[in-house]
Design a protein around this ligand. Structure first.
Ligand code: ADP
Ligand code: MG
Length: 284
């Protein structure tokens, strides 16, 4: 059984008008336990709206979301049981830090779960460790730390609830290269160590290719393609028709090929590029 099953889901923000546009229409999506799913598509295509439905924050007009076979919208009892199992990190989550100390901010979720003081402290330490921050930061105020640190603290606050699925809505947006790399590396490690399920929304195709097993491509409220990441990015016709950007390394390799180097057509990772360049030594 898939961990998450989105079934024939449709949704409009506008409920009254006859001319209402469908912000999500007939979405079907199965996510298996342990998978890392990338969600891509242009701004306004419905990515955030879809993950808010999966997180139970917005109720679909039609269709539903099943978690482990349970309809999350069935009744409040089911929802209460599931709400901590689905961890949603909003876009720019650092804007929601509000406590006097980092400790209190990360402890907020575990506290609401009704855990004991000892357990809460344990969860907070575990989470701060996961996002690569030193525990000395816990006594600071959110106003005293950098933007990248705030982002990590906000993610730690969700990880501290130990959700079975972690959903990250553009986790690296606005961060510099180093900040992005470190956030992605611990997300990868988190998935490896916990074998938990992940949905990553991103506009950075390098990150999508390096991190995800499968990718869903959205456009105008629909999922236009869903499949193994390698397969989706190896299909130039599909990439072109859905206007999917390609990684920087792919662009660089294409330019070199145009300059006359004997390189293969589509190279998507830095590792592949290195292999191709090393292979050149036999031909130049
Ligand atoms: P994405 O995350 O892919 O950029 P969104 O899910 O934010 O896309 O938006 C999907 C569509 O829903 C867009 O047309 C957007 O304008 C609309 N939308 C998003 N949030 C709201 C809202 N709170 N009220 C009304 N319309 C919204
Ligand atoms: Mg969005």
């Amino acid at each position: 059984m898939p961990l998450i099953e989105v079934k024939e889901l449709s949704f409009s923000y506008e409920k009254s008008s006859n001319l209402k546009k469908q912000d999500l229409s007939n979405i079907n999506l199965n996510i298996n336990r342990g998978e890392i799913i990338g969600l891509i598509g242009p701004s306004g295509s419905g990515k955030t709206t879809l993950v808010q439905q999966i997180g139970g924050l917005l109720r679909p007009d039609h269709g539903t979301v099943l978690f482990d076979g349970l309809d999350i919208f069935k009744d409040s009892k089911v929802f209460r049981k599931l709400r901590y199992k689905i961890g949603l990190v909003f876009q720019n989550p650092e804007e929601q830090l509000f406590s006097e100390t980092i400790f209190k901010d990360i402890a907020f979720g575990p506290h609401n779960m009704g855990l004991s003081r000892d357990n809460i402290a344990k969860r907070v330490l575990e989470a701060i460790n996961f996002v690569g921050l030193d525990k000395s930061i816990l006594s600071k105020s959110p106003f005293e730390i950098s933007g990248g640190e705030k982002r990590r603290v906000a993610i730690a606050g969700v990880i501290a609830m130990r959700p079975e699925i972690l959903i990250l809505d553009e986790p690296t947006v606005g961060l510099d290269f180093e900040g992005s790399r470190s956030i992605l590396s611990y997300i990868k490690q988190y998935n490896r160590e916990n074998k938990n399920t992940l949905i990553l929304i991103s506009h950075n195709m390098d990150d999508i290719i390096n991190l995800t097993d499968k990718v869903a491509v959205m456009s105008a409220g629909e999922i236009k393609a869903f499949g193994k990441t390698g397969k989706i990015f190896a299909d130039p016709v599909l990439l072109h028709s859905l206007k999917i950007d390609v990684p920087e390394i792919t662009k660089i390799m294409k330019k070199l090929k145009e300059k006359g180097f004997n390189l293969k057509d589509s190279v998507f990772t830095e590792r592949e590029a290195l292999q191709e360049i090393l292979r050149l030594k036999y031909t130049i």
